[in-house]
Design a protein around this ligand. Structure first.
Ligand SMILES: [Zn+2]
Length: 862
C-alpha cells in the first residue's frame, strides 16, 4: 500500500489526467450488515507509456474496461491495479466494491446511538481517496472531478461542488454534482446522511466593481443540532473570506463553502475545497470557554487559507507538506487576531502551539522544516510539530524579516502564477524575493533546511546602582542531524521589565537583530531591569532562558505583567527549562502555586495547570509526587472557590480539579461534591462533559462503583457518553480492569477509533508504573499491531500503550528496565517499518528525558 516518491514522480512524466466521473452507490449504507458499497470510476487521461497502475483499496474489483475493452482484474493486488495497452488518449472504467470504514479514513460510517441514524463522510489525506474510488493517488496529478452519488432521498447528499442535477427512484436520489476545478485527489470529499443543515451567504463588492456571492452551509448530526452554533461559525467564515479576498487578491475559487462537523474524526479539520470537514469536538454540548471558541475560529481560518494555499496551489509531493501547513497554521492565528474578536490568538500560539514544536525539535527524529519524504509511510508521520508549529513560527519570523506587506504581496503573486498547479519551495521563495527585494537563500538554508532550535540566553552585568552595564545575548544552535553549528539570524524584541508599584512593567522594548554566538545589546545599558525577556512579542522561534535574577522576579511577580503574550512567553521559557532538567520540577511547581491563581488569562492558566500535572507525573522524583499531587488538588479547589460565578476561570478550575483528583485520593470528596451539587459553586455548569471528567477521575481512584458508571451512561447514552464510559471503565486501577482494557484494545478489531483512544487513555490513567507484564507484552506485540491494523489504529496502540516508568532511588536512568527493553527492541528490529521505529525512538526519548529530570532534581531533604 506504500507509494514512493520516485515511482510517483516517474508516473507524472508519463500520464496527464483530464477528468474523473465517480459514481458512488450508498443505497444500502444505512444497513450495518452491508459492509461494502459499489464505486465506479471513469478516468480519462493521456499517456506516453504503454502501461501504468491505478491506486485502489477495495474489497473486490468487479470489472475493468480500457477504451471499451474488458481487462482481467486478476492482477489487482489489493492496492494497485496494473493497466497496460494504453493509447495516447484513454478512458478507463473501474468498478469495485469498497469498504465502509470505522477508523476515520476513507468513507467513514457512523450510527448515532441516540436515534439510530447513519452518517457518512470522507477523509483522504494523504492517500485514502483510493478507498472510495480508483485513481492516480498523488497530489500533482490534478484533474476535474464529477461526483454522482446515489443515497436515500431524505438525506443530505453533498460534495465539494454544488448539485447540478438530481433524479429520483423510489426512496433514492441520484445527485450529479458540478465538475470541480482542477484539484488533487486527497482533497476531494463527499458526505451523506440525515445531517442538520444551516445556510447563509457571503458576498462582496470590490473596489474594482466586481462582485461575488458564495453560498455557505454548516452541517452536523441531528442529535447535535441543539448545541450547534451555526451563527458564530458563519460569522468567522465571513470575516475570513473578507480578509483573504482582500489580502490574497484572488477570488475564492471553489463555488460554495460548506463546513461539516462529523463524529469520530481523527484530527481537527480538513481543507476539502467547498466541503471542509471538522471534528465534532468543536460543537460544545455544555459550557465552553472563550479559549475553546477561539480555537474553533483558528481552525476555521486555517482551513480557509488552504483554499488558496494547498488547494489552489498544491505542493508537488509530500515533502512540500510544510509549504501548505506552515502557511495555514500561521494564517489561522494571524487572521484570528486581525479579523475576529479573538485578539489574543498569538498568546495561544505562544503558550499552546509552539511547545509542540520545541518538543518535536529536540527529539532524535527531528528534521528540517523542508524534509525529505521518500514515501507515504514517511509522509503520514510528518503531520507533526515541525511541519505545523515550527513551520508557522519560521514564517512568522519571515514576515517580521521582510515586512507584512511584502509577505502578502509575495503570496498574491504566488497564487496568480501557480493557480491550479503544483509547486516546490523555490516557487514560493522566488515570489517573496521579488516582493521584498531580499535574497532569501541564506535565510531559507538556516531556517527551513536545518533542524533543531536555537537557545538564547541573556548574560546581564549590572552596576552598583542595579542598572544594566552590559547585556549580551548568547546563541547556541547546533543542527542535531549534522552536528554542525547553525548561525541563525533572529529579528526579535528584548523586553526589559522592572517592578513598579508592585507590578512588573515593561520599561523598555528593544527591537533588534541577533546573529552568531553572541550579540551585544548597547540599548540596554543604563536601564534598571529585574527581568530580561528575549523574544518578547514572540517574533522568532527559539528556546529562551531566564537569568537567575529574572527567574526570581518571575517567581514573585509573573502574573502582574500586563501583556498576556509576554506572560505566556515567560511560562513557556519556564516549561522548556523544566523539560530540559535545567529548572527542577519542584521549582516549576512552586511558581505555579505562587502565580497560577493570579493569572488573569484563564486560557493561559489552563495551559499552566496542564503542564503542572505533567511536571508531577513525569519530571518530579517519585518520592515528592504525593505531596505535590495534594498541593495541586488544593490549588485547584482554592481557585475554584475564588473564581467569579459563570466565568471561564471557574470552569477551568473545575476541570483541572477533576484532572488533579485522578491521581490523588485527596480530591475524591471535592469531585463527589461537584457531581452531587453539594460542593458545586454558584454559576458553575456541571454539564455532561464535566460530569464524565469527574467519573473518569473517581474511577481512576477506584472511588466509583460499576453501578454508578452505568447510571452515568444511562443519563447520557450518546456517542460522547459511550466513549467517556469506555474511558471511565478503563481508568479503574484494578488489575482486572487494566487487563480488560488492554485485551479489548489489542485484540478486538471492531472497536472504533474513538473507543480505541479511550481504552488506551484509560489504561494509562494510573498513578504508578505499568505492571512489568505489560512492558513485555508491548514489545512482543507492536510488530503484529503494525502489520494487522490500519496505520491510524496501529499508531494509537503503539503510541498510547508505550510503557512509562519512573526512577527508583539511586537508579541510573540508563539502567531503567523500560529504557533497556526499548533499546533492545530497536537493536533487534532494524528492518521494522520506519514509521513504527520512529514512534518507539520518540517515546524512548521522552522517557529518558523524564528520568533525567527525576534524577537531577534536588531531593526532598535539601
Ligand atoms: Zn492544514
Amino acid at each position: 500500500m506504500n507509494l514512493t516518491h520516485a515511482e510517483c514522480r516517474q508516473r507524472a512524466t508519463t500520464v496527464a489526467v483530464e477528468g474523473y466521473r465517480i459514481e458512488i452507490d450508498l443505497a444500502q449504507a444505512a444497513d450495518a450488515d452491508v459492509k461494502t458499497f459499489r464505486s465506479t470510476s471513469t478516468i480519462t487521461f493521456t499517456a506516453t507509456t504503454a502501461s501504468t497502475w491505478i491506486d485502489l483499496i477495495a474489497d473486490r474489483v468487479v470489472s475493468v474496461t480500457l477504451n471499451g475493452q474488458a481487462l482481467d482484474p486478476a492482477s489487482y493486488d489489493g492496492a494497485r491495479l496494473p493497466v497496460s495497452g494504453l493509447a495516447e488518449r484513454n478512458e478507463l472504467v473501474v468498478e469495485a466494491d469498497c469498504v465502509f470504514s470505522r477508523d476515520g479514513q476513507g468513507l467513514h460510517r457512523f450510527t448515532d446511538p441516540v436515534d439510530g441514524k447513519t452518517y457518512l463522510y470522507t477523509h483522504f489525506e494523504p492517500t485514502d481517496a483510493r478507498r472510495l474510488y480508483a485513481n492516480f493517488e498523488q497530489p500533482d496529478l490534478k484533474a476535474a472531478f464529477t461526483f454522482v452519488i446515489t443515497a436515500p432521498q431524505d438525506w443530505q447528499i453533498v460534495s465539494g461542488q454544488a448539485e447540478e442535477s438530481r433524479t429520483s427512484t423510489g426512496d433514492l436520489a441520484t445527485v450529479t454534482f458540478e465538475p470541480t476545478p482542477r484539484q488533487s485527489t486527497y482533497i476531494t470529499a463527499i458526505a451523506a446522511g440525515p445531517y442538520h443543515r444551516a445556510t447563509d451567504t457571503w458576498s462582496i463588492a470590490r473596489a474594482d466593481g466586481s462582485t461575488q456571492e458564495v453560498a455557505l452551509g454548516a452541517l452536523c448530526r441531528q442529535s447535535m443540532a441543539e448545541y450547534f452554533e451555526a451563527e458564530s461559525i458563519f460569522e468567522v467564515t465571513k470575516q475570513g473570506l473578507d480578509f483573504f479576498d482582500r489580502e490574497f487578491g484572488y477570488p475564492y475559487p471553489w463555488g460554495k463553502y460548506d463546513s461539516i462537523f462529523v463524529p469520530e474524526y481523527n484530527l481537527g479539520a480538513m481543507e476539502n475545497p467547498g466541503l471542509v470537514t471538522f471534528t465534532e469536538n468543536y460543537i460544545h454540548r455544555g459550557a465552553a470557554t472563550r479559549a475553546q471558541k477561539e480555537s474553533r475560529a483558528e481552525v476555521i481560518l486555517h482551513e480557509m487559507s488552504h483554499m488558496w494555499f494547498g488547494d489552489l496551489v498544491t505542493p508537488r509531493w509530500w515533502d512540500g507538506l510544510w509549504l501548505k501547513e506552515s502557511f495555514a497554521d500561521l494564517m489561522g492565528y494571524h487572521v484570528c487576531e486581525a479579523a475576529t474578536e479573538f485578539k489574543d490568538a498569538w498568546t495561544t500560539f505562544a503558550s499552546g502551539r509552539k511547545p509542540w514544536a520545541y518538543r518535536q525539535d529536540q527529539l532524535p527524529t527531528t528534521h528540517p522544516i523542508v524534509a525529505t519524504i521518500d514515501d507515504l509511510e514517511a509522509a503520514r508521520q510528518n503531520f507533526d510539530g515541525i511541519t505545523y508549529a515550527k513551520g508557522a513560527s519560521a514564517l512568522k519570523q519571515l514576515m517580521a524579516y521582510v515586512g507584512r506587506d511584502a509577505f502578502f504581496a509575495g503570496a498574491r503573486e504566488y497564487f496568480v502564477q501557480h493557480a491550479f498547479d503544483s509547486t516546490e519551495l523555490d516557487d514560493l521563495l522566488g515570489c517573496l524575493e521579488r516582493s521584498s527585494g531580499r535574497d532569501l537563500k541564506t535565510w531559507s538554508r538556516v531556517w527551513l533546511e536545518t533542524a533543531g532550535t536555537s537557545e538564547l540566553t541573556p548574560v546581564v552585568d549590572v552596576d552598583s546602582e542595579g542598572r544594566i552595564s552590559r547585556l549580551t545575548v548568547q546563541q547556541v544552535a547546533t543542527d542535531p542531524l549534522t552536528g554542525e553549528a547553525v548561525s541563525r539570524p533572529h529579528r526579535l524584541v528584548i523586553g526589559l521589565y522592572d517592578v513598579v508599584d508592585g507590578s512588573l512593567r515593561r520599561t523598555k522594548a528593544i527591537e533588534t537583530d541577533i546573529s552568531g554566538d553572541a550579540t551585544e545589546i548597547p540599548e540596554a545599558v543604563g536601564v534598571s531591569a529585574t527581568l530580561v525577556l528575549i523574544n518578547d512579542d514572540d517574533l522568532s522561534y527559539a528556546k529562551v532562558r531566564l537569568d537567575a535574577t529574572s527567574l526570581k522576579t518571575a517567581h514573585e511577580h509573573l502574573a502582574t505583567i500586563e501583556s498576556p503574550l509576554s506572560r505566556a512567553l515567560v511560562w513557556t521559557s519556564l516549561w522548556n527549562a523544566t523539560r530540559d532538567a535545567v529548572l527542577p520540577a519542584a521549582d516549576f511547581l512552586d511558581i505555579v502555586t505562587a502565580q497560577a491563581s493570579r493569572e488573569p488569562d484563564s486560557a493561559l492558566m489552563g495551559t499552566v495547570l496542564t503542564n503542572a500535572k505533567s511536571a508531577i507525573e513525569s519530571y518530579l522524583p517519585v518520592a515528592q509526587r504525593d505531596a505535590a499531587r495534594t498541593r495541586l488538588v488544593e490549588t485547584c479547589a482554592a481557585g475554584l472557590a475564588a473564581a467569579a460565578p459563570e466565568s471561564d476561570a471557574q470552569l477551568i478550575w473545575a476541570r483541572h480539579l477533576t484532572y488533579a483528583a485522578s491521581t490523588s485520593s485527596d480530591g475524591v470528596d471535592a469531585v463527589r461534591g461537584l457531581l452531587d451539587g453539594s460542593a458545586a459553586p454558584d454559576g458553575l455548569s456541571v454539564d455532561a462533559d464535566l460530569r464524565w471528567n469527574a467519573w473518569a477521575s473517581l474511577a481512576a481512584q477506584d472511588a466509583a462503583t460499576a453501578q454508578e458508571l452505568s447510571g452515568a451512561l444511562a443519563a447520557d447514552d450518546t456517542m460522547t457518553g459511550r466513549t467517556a464510559y469506555v474511558l471511565a471503565l478503563a481508568s479503574r486501577p484494578t488489575a482486572d480492569a487494566k487487563a480488560a482494557a488492554w485485551d479489548k484494545a489489542t485484540t478486538d478489531d471492531t472497536v472504533t477509533n474513538d473507543h480505541l483512544r479511550s481504552l488506551v487513555q484509560g489504561f494509562n490513567h494510573a498513578s504508578g508504573d505499568p505492571a512489568p507484564e505489560y512492558v513485555e507484552r508491548y514489545f512482543a506485540s507492536i510488530g503484529d499491531w503494525w502489520g494487522s491494523r490500519t496505520m491510524v489504529m496501529a499508531s494509537i496502540l503503539a503510541r498510547g500503550l508505550f510503557p512509562g516508568g519512573s526512577l527508583s532511588e539511586g537508579q541510573d536512568p540508563a539502567e531503567h528496565p523500560v529504557v533497556r527493553q526499548a533499546q533492545g527492541w530497536l537493536e533487534q528490529h532494524p528492518d521494522a517499518p520506519k514509521a513504527l521505529r520512529r514512534i518507539v525512538i520518540e517515546l524512548l526519548d521522552d522517557l529518558q528525558r523524564n528520568l533525567r529530570a527525576q534524577a537531577t532534581a534536588p531531593s526532598l531533604v535539601e
